[in-house]
Design a protein around this ligand. Structure first.
Ligand SMILES: [Zn+2]
Length: 152
């Protein structure tokens, strides 16, 4: 999942569900939502900031402090939740590199079936990549337009 999707999905949920969304709140949520991908600077993507070990204390601190701190932690949590469906999340990195995720496959239309599998493996090592972000850019544009409408 690319950073535009990570930013847009929780952003849209915040804009839809918050009674009085604020730009500060939206910014805190989005920064938290893309924050774990700073792992690309580490030796492997999906490592330290994709682990529950730093996330859970940050969530507890966010629950204690509230406001933008809580929204930052919720954004971070949304990133881990979304990554769980697009690969594996190494829940106790660096104690273990082993990660877990959920693979959902839909096949059809003949012999229609939905396969749901828990996957367990090590995250892939960092590598250069090229993303096709057309759909993500559309989602980000929709989020921006929704923010303009909701934050005026
Ligand atoms: Zn990630």
């Amino acid at each position: 999942m690319d950073p535009l999707e990570h930013a847009s999905i929780p952003g849209l949920i915040y804009l839809a569900l918050s009674g009085e969304p604020t730009l500060t709140g939206l910014a805190a949520l989005i920064i938290g939502a893309v924050f774990p991908d700073l792992d690309v600077l580490a030796e492997e993507h999906r490592s330290y900031l994709h682990s529950l070990l730093p996330f859970l204390p940050a969530l507890l601190l966010g629950l204690h402090l509230g406001g933008p701190f809580l929204l930052f932690a919720l954004g971070w949590g949304s990133h881990l939740f979304l990554d769980f469906f697009t690969g594996v999340v190494p829940v106790v990195y660096p104690l273990s590199r082993r990660g877990w995720g959920l693979s959902i496959t839909v096949a059809g239309p003949r012999d229609f079936r939905i396969e749901i599998k828990l996957i367990e493996r090590y995250p892939e090592r960092r590598h250069d990549y090229r993303l096709e972000i057309g759909g993500s850019a559309a989602l980000a544009l929709l989020t921006t337009l929704t923010a303009i409408i909701r934050l005026h």
